[in-house]
Unconditional design. Structure first.
Length: 768
């Protein structure tokens, strides 16, 4: 019996991962926005027809090499080179790209094999000396003139020897520069123009410039995204119903309100019949189509379904240089609108559903407020201004404090903190405003006092050889149940105290790792976990996420052997079943010191890949098991359901019969397996960057959550941590079900008089 349960658990474990993205959903429900950035150098690949090589700045010390299809502008391949380039040239005979490196005292030239992407340092200098090409003639477009005719810019290309004009092409009015130009000085001309706003347009002319055979546009303005937020799209028809309900609620007389509702419903039915020309056949056909009983639904019905299920969202992103754009999540990341906010060095963007406002803040404390957010036109500018900061220091991060008044808790570069408000309204002075802030060396606790002043309540300062490398607050998701039901039907109560924070510190001298749990009200240390016997790799990321009554952290140990570890810590009110130390009838207050400390269980696992980042999935009611979303060091994304990371799991030999009866019970396995089916980004090649962020957004389907990775690229997909338990499969026989129900209703309708007659005869003792 145990082996049957074990097999079931393993099948569930396997099925959960496979269901990350169904086969028929791959590349349909997930999408990727690939960006290149400003084109520093564009070169035609001589060895491969219709292929361009574009070099751009990926970071301060890296260059991004991109191969694109010259016919449509699609990205074919990208990879980064750990050098900053100033110029580049292509050597046709060897099919190598040579970069002129800046900022590296040990290298001047770096050669890249374009077939393999490998760096060939040793051959670079010899190739440069032997080549007749110069950096200027290869990487920079030349041999053209820009002239103005009737106020419009024109591109003119002349013969090199005779100086005779060959091409005379009118350029777009938004033209600012020529990024790339290639011609045979006879019939064919290809060039790329930029508009100064990271938008690049390709043109291909033949027949001496008389025929435009091909053209495409790439928008590279969303290359440096610093923050994002989700906006839930709503069905416009709901607004009419909402308006009717509001008017009905304002009617004092019950009878009048009832008549008002009946009248509205009657008009709705009449309009529906009129729309279908009062034909019963048309009405039935429309009903079958609306309920998907007549085959595939059209795009309009599919989008209506996405609206109902909460899958239709706008991912609103903002770049550091002030661009703000809305990407339609359910329409393959289609850019709905994209404009410049007018600010530079953006820090954050926040959306407030209560007021339907978007607030964009930059590092100097300037802000802009937009309203009327929808999927058709850009939002409207409502307000702009600057916060009255106490110092001239720049803002490093913001935290939304009050939705009603658009208040923010801002951290400044000089270590100070301040409460600011967009609309200059004062938030409620309430003792529940306890705030926590941290940097790499200390953690501070504050309370909001009269006049919106922050008063220090506690402070944790680290030693000089220590630093904070990870920090996570407990999630504010709703609590579904207060305990775990064990195999013997007893309950192990969770520790659900809300004011908790966990943080990780590394001692840079002995490379030891400490994971601490503190109370955010008092700063009291509730639990500490130490990793002193293994040497932690201080150059690798330490990640931390905090769920309901547990937190998960990951780190890379360097000694005795390199191993990626992922550890779960679970907090319980008591480790004895059916025992609850906290009295529900007692008023607990951390300021009075009567808060019980949690009892802790911890378990560590090995993970086969290096972990770059962690994030928790979000669902509407938190009934679905949480998923630990994992970004790997190779920029792929996977996830592990929380029930796999179980701190209470035991070795098979130590499991009792009651342990085996517990829901989803399985023996402890020290290593978490991973394969290609677990990767929700599957075959996509993502280039994200070190500052990329994982985010998750709930939908109206409790089983489904949207996961996005936002960095140099934007990638979004859907995952189902507990399977799609609230969605019927495409093979579900809906027509047979409704047909059966209809037949049963007809049978009941005709049998009802017979049964009633039978009962009447029995009452009167009449024999048939």
């Amino acid at each position: 019996m145990f082996y049957i349960r074990l097999l079931s658990a393993l099948l569930c474990f396997w099925g959960t991962f496979v269901n990350a993205v169904y086969r028929d959903e791959a590349f349909n429900v997930d999408w990727q926005l690939s960006t290149i950035g400003d084109y520093r150098c564009t070169i035609s690949d001589y060895a491969k027809e219709n292929q361009l090589i574009i070099l751009s700045d990926y970071s301060e010390i890296e260059t991004l090499v991109t191969y694109i299809n010259e016919t449509n502008g699609n990205v074919l391949l990208r990879y980064t080179v750990p050098f900053k380039m100033s110029d580049a040239m292509l050597v046709p005979d060897s099919h190598q790209l040579i970069l002129n490196v800046v900022g590296d005292s040990t290298k001047k030239y770096v050669s890249i094999d374009l077939d393999t992407g490998l760096i060939l340092d040793d051959a670079s200098n010899d190739l440069v000396q032997a080549s007749d090409f110069s950096f200027e003639s290869t990487c920079v477009a030349n041999d053209y003139k820009i002239l103005n005719k009737d106020g419009k810019p024109r591109l003119k290309v002349t013969d090199k020897t005779m100086g005779l004009p060959i091409f005379d092409i009118e350029l777009p009015e938004s033209f600012t520069d020529i990024n790339y130009l290639s011609t045979d000085y006879s019939q064919n001309l290809q060039f790329i123009v930029g508009n100064g706003d990271s938008q690049f347009t390709y043109f291909n002319y033949t027949e001496g410039g008389k025929n435009l055979t091909n053209s495409w546009v790439r928008d590279e303005s969303l290359v440096d995204i610093v923050d994002s937020t989700f906006f839930d799209l709503k069905d416009p028809s709901i607004d009419t119903i909402r308006k009717e309900l509001t008017e009905e609620r304002d009617i004092d007389d019950v009878i009048t309100a009832y008549v008002f509702r009946v009248k509205n419903n009657f008009n709705r039915i009449r309009n529906y019949l009129k729309q279908h020309q009062y034909s019963p056949g048309r009405v039935i056909t429309s009903f079958l189509k609306e309920n998907e009983l007549m085959g595939n639904i059209n795009e309009e019905k599919a989008y209506k379904r996405d609206l109902d299920f909460g899958l239709a969202k706008l991912l609103i992103v903002v770049t550091k240089n002030g661009r703000m754009a809305a990407l339609h999540v359910s329409q393959q990341g289609k850019i709905i609108w994209n404009f410049n906010t007018g600010l530079q060095n953006i820090v954050s963007i926040n959306y407030t559903p209560l007021t339907d406002e978007l607030v964009v803040i930059n590092e100097k404390g300037s802000f802009v407020v937009f309203t009327s957010i929808n999927e058709h036109i850009p939002p409207t500018l409502k307000n702009e201004g600057s916060f009255n900061l106490t110092t001239s220091s720049i803002i490093t991060k913001t935290k939304k404090l009050d939705d009603e008044h658009n208040c923010f808790f801002v951290s400044l570069e000089n270590g100070e903190n301040q409460i600011v408000s967009v609309d200059n309204m004062q938030p409620l002075n309430n003792a529940s405003y306890f705030l926590t802030n941290h940097n790499s060396k200390e953690i501070n606790g504050y309370i909001l006092s009269e006049g919106n002043k922050l008063v220090d309540t506690w402070r944790i300062t680290l030693n000089t050889n220590e630093k904070i490398v990870a920090f996570a607050s407990r999630t504010e998701d709703p609590v579904v149940n207060v305990g775990n039901v064990l195999g013997n039907r007893t309950v192990l109560y969770k520790y659900l105290y809300p004011n908790l924070v966990s943080y990780a510190t590394i001692n840079e001298e002995d490379r030891s790792l400490y994971i601490n749990l503190i109370d955010t009200i008092t700063g009291e240390l509730l639990h500490s976990q130490k990793h002193t016997n293994e040497k932690v790799d201080i150059n690798s990321p330490v990640n931390l996420v905090f769920g309901e009554n547990w937190y998960v952290y990951s780190y890379l140990s360097a000694e005795p052997i390199p191993e990626q570890r992922i550890t779960v810590v679970e907090l319980y009110d008591s480790l004895e079943s059916n025992v609850k130390k906290s009295d529900p009838n007692m008023q607990y207050s951390p300021l009075k010191g009567n808060i019980n400390k949690p009892e802790v269980i911890s378990k560590s696992y090995y993970f086969p890949e290096i972990i770059q980042d962690l994030e928790l999935s979000s669902t509407k009611f938190s009934i679905t098991s949480k998923a630990i979303i994992i970004k790997l060091a190779n920029d792929q994304i996977t996830f592990v359901p929380k029930f796999v990371l179980n701190a209470r799991s035991k070795e098979e030999a130590n499991m009792s019969d009651d342990d085996k009866k517990e829901f989803m019970a399985s023996p402890y396995m020290s290593s978490i397996p991973i394969n290609d089916n677990f990767i929700i980004s599957h075959q996509r090649e993502l280039i994200m960057g070190d500052d990329s962020k994982l985010v998750s957004s709930a939908t109206n389907l409790e089983s489904t959550t949207i996961v996005c990775e936002i960095g140099n690229d934007v990638f979004c997909s859907r995952i189902y941590p507990s399977g799609q338990f609230d969605v019927m499969s495409p093979s579900f026989e809906k027509f047979q079900l409704f047909g059966t129900i209809f037949i049963v209703i007809v049978i009941v309708y005709y049998l009802h008089p017979t049964v009633a007659n039978k009962k009447l005869k029995i009452l009167w003792m009449i024999k048939d």
